[in-house]
Design a binder for this molecule. Structure first.
Ligand SMILES: Cc1ncc(COP(=O)(O)O)c(C=O)c1O
Length: 422
């Protein structure tokens, strides 16, 4: 897509939206209102919008509980015993996985802990962990406490890869070199798929391949990648991954998290893990026998009774996304982010520097800008005018035009507002 002075005009943006085959999807979501009009919501990287179908879906499960009580595990439109099974096809599609490699439970950090307790096996001199510097704090805390749990010292065990001086993002070559240089001392790599602050989309297959080359496992936090970029976790041979469902999957605040365990591990019931009865085969579960028998798929990592009311949002949003191709969504997303980058480049008075990679292949739906001056005031002015973004110190605004419900006219309106006010 190429841009010109005409691209700054409302008529150009309207024409793009009219040609957008995904435009009608926005009508499936509730938008917060600002002065009786829907807001322009550029904050789906934090919390996605509520699907309109969710209230009725919640009502369905409430009714099953009212009418069937414990019978709801076996009766009603969605017998609860199999609830995670309903999520698998949708999760598999967005993860680029086999259905037996994915499931849902708990929330993201809990799942990272549980997966890492299975996958991190410090032995002899092979103990080190590599992650990106400045990872989301919850991941840093998870890693620090995991290492301490094994009686090791976080400072000498965790290697954090930082950007070169004066840069914001990492070079894949540097990540790969660090992995290869750590060699036989490396036990695990845990990286974000997309970095929450800079929006950098890391090269998951190359990182995974390098980790495997030195005999380590590779896991990913896909909080900002799931439902945002095309993933092929199975083909990329990723060992494990976890994500939340409340960003681009629109499943609601604190909604159940999802996870991936590659078939080569998931099919092995002896793979070490912390277990509970929901990881047993459904047929065996109610025999109440001693001795854990893991299901030979990612469901074998489930632990507790399915949290039905926390899963309804995910089921609803995956159904909404059933007809949406990740390729088409990504194409629209790349066009929208390119347009956003173009309009902001036309406002030099904002003194904004993009800290997200300029290469579309290395970013998702989010562009982060550092504002040398007035960052907070700019974010506030947008908010007062019904444009929702988020702000992170020291002066970074994250703009996330989620392609499911954002369009070109939203970006043009943002341009017009900033041009008029700054
Ligand atoms: C990259 C990343 N990791 C971890 C988390 C923490 O997720 P949770 O609070 O669901 O465990 C978040 C939350 O936004 C995140 O963005």
């Amino acid at each position: 897509m190429t841009f010109s002075a005409d691209s700054l005009l409302p008529a150009w943006a309207l024409a793009q939206d009219q040609q957008d085959p995904l435009r009608s999807l926005a009508a499936a979501f509730h938008f917060p209102q600002h002065q009786q009009k829907p807001v322009i919501y550029l904050c789906g990287n934090s919390l996605g919008l509520q699907p309109k179908a969710l209230a009725a879906a919640m009502e369905t499960e409430l009714k099953t509980w009212q009418e069937e009580a414990v019978g709801g595990y076996f009766k009603g439109p969605n017998p609860w015993l199999y609830y995670q099974e309903y999520l698998r096809p949708g999760l598999a599609k967005w993860a680029g996985a086999l259905p037996e490699e994915v499931s849902a439970m708990n929330a993201l950090t809990v799942n990272l802990h549980l997966l890492m307790l299975g996958f991190y096996r410090p032995q002899g001199t092979r103990k080190k962990i590599i992650m990106e510097a400045g990872a989301f704090p919850s991941d840093q805390y998870a890693m620090e406490t995991l290492v301490k749990h094994f009686g090791l010292d976080p400072d000498s065990t965790i290697i954090e890869i930082a950007p070169k001086a004066g840069e914001q993002c990492l070079h894949t070559a540097d990540i790969v070199d660090t992995i290869l240089a750590t060699g036989e001392e490396l036990a695990m790599v845990l990286f974000a798929g997309i970095q929450y602050y800079t929006g950098q989309f890391f090269d998951i297959p190359r990182i995974t391949q390098a980790a495997h080359q030195v005999g380590a496992v590779a896991g990913f936090d896909l909080a900002h990648a799931m439902g945002n970029v095309e993933l092929a976790l199975h083909d990329w041979q990723v060992d494990f991954a976890a994500w939340c469902s409340y960003k681009y999957l629109n499943a609601g605040p604190g909604a159940v998290g999802g996870y991936f365990v590659h078939q080569k591990h998931a099919s092995n019931p002896s793979f070490p893990r912390l277990a509970g009865w929901w990881g047993n085969d459904e047929k065996e579960r109610f025999k109440m026998e001693k001795g854990f028998q893991a299901k030979a798929d990612a469901g074998g990592w489930n632990i507790s009774t399915a949290q039905i009311f926390n899963m309804v949002g995910l089921k609803t949003s995956l159904e909404l996304l059933a007809g949406v191709s990740p390729v088409a969504l990504r194409q629209k997303s790349q066009a929208l982010t390119a347009y956003l980058a173009f309009v902001l480049s036309q406002l030099p008075q904002l003194k904004a520097t993009c800290i997200t990679p300029s290469d579309p292949a290395q970013r998702g739906a989010q562009l982060s800008y550092f504002f040398a001056e007035n960052g907070k005031a700019i974010q506030q002015k947008m908010l007062e005018n019904g444009i929702v973004t988020d702000y992170r110190e020291p002066g970074v605004i994250r703009f996330a035009p989620a392609p499911l419900y954002c369009g070109f006219q939203d970006i043009q309106a943002l341009y017009a507002l900033l041009k008029e006010n700054f």
